[in-house]
Design a protein around this ligand. Structure first.
Ligand code: SF4
Ligand code: SF4
Length: 519
């Protein structure tokens, strides 16, 4: 029997207790399905860092932030979104691959939507779409013999509120951004005018029951829990942090270190569909007391040979975060910086040490947004080094070393420059760009396959000002700050390494200055 109910309207703080109640019933062998609508809130995924996923400055005291049990991306919710929550004993679904399980459990939801004459389809990893526009998103968790499947089904959607709430790596709040975002969603009432939600709920319950081989039976809604669980997190910035874009989403590793650079506390986060609710906590715990340079090995050991229960993320990806953290730590130590969070590396060969990449740098790419808005060179490649901005200093530093230096003026220009670098056999480049750009457009760098060291820019970026549409077209009108002194220190380090000789470095040996200090 699949017992189902309509919980109607819940306060956001009641959602955790509501999920817990359904989970507990599944633990005792019941299959239970609930529908709920939450008052205005941000619902963060089980493993998401609200600081990275949400625009906290906008949310402020406007509405609460709550966390759900399932992984995946955060949601901007209001009562116009129908939340579907299904909990059942996992039985034959215990060994199904996570990606396949998502598709299997989305199938009855899809069947219900298609029964409304809507030509929807499942698209991996977790969406239902109509002609490429999102109708619903689904999320999963499984542990202790229970599967929890959740789906958010917007009946109507306030796109502007959504874009103000979430830090989506996609369209933003420019007029074009809102238009583009609108094209990416298809709220159900727009597809089915006059939609009867009562009938929809009954239809979903019937299809879900059929998929599980059960009969559907309606029950009265459970009494809502009184206790509230709101997300309130504030902690100091990490001493070292790294991120990695994977097919399953962006993963972050933050670590807080003791004076000997051993981990006091670690935190793995991301909008990833990790089905195992305990995996990240187990990995974080395994890192405590590990020297920062041993994070990769510690993660590899803790992960073991079992494939992690995550969609689109491999064990090697998680372990590589440890490598990236160590690289940033070593860069920070070499340059006398704290966390070196401004510097990232990319290499098609994950084993390539940071100093091998640095020693190979023979080109520098700078963003036009760091040039002053009044400079007539802002939207052109080149700079006569008039001495009135940091970009000019960067040109001096690069040209003094006979490095190729280019101002990137828009996205197409970047792709053309990367293709030229590749064609002319450049070994690596030093690129200046904001992290958001790197995360969103990393495929351009992956395609080019040239190792790179990236220096982040500070100040207003077109992402914080929500103007990236303009930025890609070269029309961003605010100024980002580029730290030319730090760029100079990176190039000085490159010079020292170049005199050391690349061969030693390519062989995997790191310069002695980079070896971890003895405890
Ligand atoms: S140094 Fe170059 S980029 Fe900066 S203001 Fe002068 S000409 Fe413009
Ligand atoms: S995305 Fe915007 S802020 Fe970031 S580097 Fe490009 S132009 Fe500058």
């Amino acid at each position: 029997m699949l017992t189902w109910h309509d919980a109607r309207h819940l306060e956001p703080g009641q959602f955790a207790a509501y999920e817990k109640g359904l989970w507990a019933r599944a633990l005792s062998g019941e299959a239970v399905l609930g529908f709920a609508r939450l008052a205005r809130c941000a619902l963060v995924g089980a493993f998401e860092d609200p600081h990275r996923a949400l625009r906290l400055s906008y949310i402020g005291d406007r509405f609460p932030i709550v966390r759900r049990r399932t992984g995946g991306g955060s949601l901007s919710l209001d009562p116009d979104t129908l939340m579907v929550v299904l909990a059942f004993p996992m039985g034959r679904h215990s060994a199904v691959e996570p990606a396949a399980l998502m598709s299997v459990l989305c199938a009855p939801l899809l069947a219900a939507i298609r029964a409304l004459d809507v030509d929807a389809a499942f698209t991996a990893p977790n969406d239902l779409v109509v002609a490429g526009r999102k109708v619903a998103s689904a999320f999963l968790s499984r542990a202790d013999g229970v599967i929890l499947f959740e789906a958010a089904l917007p009946l109507a959607l306030d796109i502007e509120e959504l874009l103000k709430t979430l830090r989506l790596p996609l369209e933003k709040l420019s007029a074009q951004g809102i238009l583009a975002a609108r094209q990416r969603y298809a709220p159900l009432r727009a597809l089915v005018p006059g939609l009867a939600t009562g009938a929809l709920r009954a239809l979903i319950a019937t299809k879900m029951a059929q998929a599980l081989g059960l009969h559907a039976r309606r029950e009265p809604p459970p009494s809502p829990a009184l206790e509230g669980a709101l997300v309130k997190e504030s902690r100091p910035p990490p001493d070292v942090a790294a991120f990695l874009k994977t097919p399953g989403g962006v993963l972050y590793l933050d670590a807080w270190l003791d004076p000997k650079a051993a981990v006091r506390e670690a935190r793995l986060t991301g909008a990833v569909a990790c089905l195992d609710p305990n995996l990240f906590l187990r990995l974080e715990t395994s890192l405590v007391s590990t020297h920062v340079t041993g994070l990769e090995a510690a993660l590899t050991e803790a992960l073991g040979a079992t494939k992690p229960d995550i969609i689109g993320v491999e064990s090697a990806d998680i372990a590589y975060l440890g490598h990236l953290c160590a690289a940033r730590f070593l860069i920070g130590r070499e340059l006398g910086l704290g966390a070196a969070t401004q510097i990232s590396t990319f290499s098609p060969n994950r084993n390539e040490p940071i100093d091998a990449i640095l020693a190979s740098i023979d080109a520098v790419l700078l963003p036009y947004c760091a040039k002053p808005t009044w400079c007539k060179w802002r939207h052109r490649d080149g700079c006569p080094e008039c001495g009135r901005c940091e970009v000019g200093e960067a040109y001096t530093l690069a040209r003094g070393r006979q490095l190729d230096v280019t101002t990137i003026t828009n996205f197409e220009h970047l792709r053309a420059v990367l293709a030229d670098l590749k064609k002319s056999g450049k070994r690596a480049f030093l690129g200046v760009c904001c992290t958001d750009f790197f995360l969103k457009r990393d495929y351009a760098f992956v395609e080019a396959g040239i190792p790179a060291v990236f220096l982040d820019i500070a100040g207003d970026t077109c992402y914080t000002l929500r103007q990236e549409e303009e930025a890609y077209a070269g029309r961003f009108e605010a100024e980002a700050f580029m730290d030319a002194r730090l760029l100079g220190r990176l190039l000085d380090w490159r010079d020292r390494l170049t005199t050391l000789g690349n061969d030693d470095l390519k062989g995997g040996k790191q310069s002695t200055t980079l070896l971890p200090e003895a405890d």
